[in-house]
Write a protein that binds this ligand. Structure first.
Ligand code: HAM
Length: 422
């Protein structure tokens, strides 16, 4: 039998890992700048959590979940997204009772959706997400959007547009739902079976339908923004005003509804023009979810957040190389005795905080220099018989190409002077 990775999953091999670590480091730095702390929740949760939080008429829940029964017959699901788990944990750990009313958290990790794999769309993919729970204020919506935009900027991703819309509060959404029903009622016979079910249960989801997306009634459907209550409109106007004051460019997209049920008020997406992304041009999205915590048994608590698809960020970064990791020293032993000596030398280098590796393949100098290049080693240390006998090292500076002999007891001082004390 030939073993291959399951469809829609990808191995991240060592030659790609520098890009991932570089991305993760930038995301962590930005999180630190926004005073957002990391939070880690399980990769699997009770299926019921996603049915309730994300909504059982959404595609994510009804078509894309990886669900299974565990050995005790409980229905378990690999998380398709991060917000539900964070909200569940927020309630379970009574984070609403913490002295700091606004809890700002981020998470990074694998998510699972049974979708048709293509460029930027996988069945196991990674998200970097942020959730801000506890305060209902348009300022916090904009804090989230600014952080998302900062990430795009820091990664040097160009041609990304911020699309925003508002779904309003409960009363706005009730009015909108009725308007949608009135609009679609005369077309029900022409729409698919799923749309007919959605019509009864959750008419908003008709707008996500992939089968009927080209039906003329889709284009002429009413817009959420026309059904906002006064308070909801005031919230959205303030978001726009703040974005204007910060000189952020955005597009109001009255047809955007997002594919998850927990949203209320502001929703947003970051859409890239990069053709490499194809169908996966939405690199990130999010919005406000004021009812979610209460829905999961907690006290009424507003929330807002967003998530980026990390594979999509990497594709959109394209050739914006993040600095690839290099090593400080590549040790090149020539002969058996030199190998013992080299192992001791590497132990000393690492004990002093330097990043070192050596040739374990007994190759000649030429092959070893090739590895030093591949590892982008700052220095090569050549250790032959003479060096062992005289307790010296032939040091090659791989930038200046200069080569000189250095006494072994002086080598740490030498590196400290060149690379800074570690
Ligand atoms: P979402 O729009 O479903 O939102 O996903 C966020 C991002 O994850 C997408 O914009 C996309 O970049 C990426 N993504 C989604 N599915 C896939 C896939 N199959 N393959 C690769 N990337 C994918 C959420 O998940 C919400 N939880 C975001 C949020 C946080 N809203 C409030 N807080």
């Amino acid at each position: 039998m030939k073993y291959i990775a399951p469809r829609g999953t990808v191995d991240i091999l060592p030659d790609k890992i520098d890009g991932w670590i570089g991305l993760e480091n930038i995301l962590r730095t930005i999180a630190e700048n926004y005073n957002v702390k990391e939070m880690r929740t399980p990769i699997f949760e009770h299926t019921e959590l996603f049915n309730r939080a994300v909504g059982d008429t959404t595609d994510v829940v009804s078509k894309e979940m990886y669900s299974f029964e565990d050995k005790k017959g409980r229905s378990i699901t690999l998380r398709p997204e991060g917000t539900a788990g964070i909200a569940r944990s927020y309630v379970e750990n009574k984070m609403y009772a913490l002295p700091e009313k606004l809890q700002k958290v981020f998470y990074m990790g694998p998510m699972f959706r049974y979708e048709r794999p293509q460029s930027g769309r996988q069945r196991q993919f990674h998200q970097f997400g942020v959730e801000m729970l506890g305060i209902e204020s348009p300022y916090v919506d904009v804090e989230c959007m600014m952080m998302a935009l900062n990430i795009v900027q820091a990664l040097n991703i160009r041609d990304v547009t911020l699309h925003i819309n508002s779904l309003g509060d409960e009363a706005s959404r009730d009015a909108y739902r009725e308007a949608l029903k009135d609009h679609f009622r005369p077309h029900l016979k022409e729409l698919c079976y799923d749309c007919n079910t959605r019509f009864e249960k959750n008419p908003l989801r008709i707008l996500d339908c992939k089968t009927d997306k080209d039906h003329p009634a889709m284009k002429s459907a009413p817009c959420t923004i026309d059904y906002l209550t006064e308070t909801a409109k005031a919230h959205f106007d303030k978001v726009c005003e703040l974005l204007d004051a910060l000189e952020v460019k955005y597009v109001i997209d009255p047809n955007m509804v997002r594919g998850l049920d927990y949203y209320s008020h502001t929703i947003f997406e970051l859409i890239s023009d990069a053709s490499v992304l194809g169908a996966g041009s939405t690199i990130g999205g999010g919005g406000r979810y004021n009812g979610l915590v209460e829905e999961l048994g907690g006290p009424a608590t507003p929330g807002v957040g967003f998530a980026f698809g990390m594979e999509r960020l990497i594709i959109a970064m394209n050739n914006n190389h993040l600095e690839s990791q290099h090593i400080d020293v590549y040790v090149m032993p020539l002969g058996e005795e030199s190998k013992d000596y080299s192992m001791q030398l590497m132990a000393a280098l690492r004990a002093n905080g330097y990043c070192a590796d050596m040739d374990f393949a007994d190759r000649g100098l030429k092959g070893q220099f090739k590895s030093a290049d591949r590892f982008v080693a700052r220095f090569s240390f050549i250790i032959g018989e003479d060096e062992v006998e005289n307790e010296t090292i032939t040091v090659k500076d791989n930038i200046t190409k200069e080569q000189k002999q250095i006494k072994v007891e002086e080598i740490i001082d030498f590196l400290d002077s060149k690379l800074g004390v570690r």
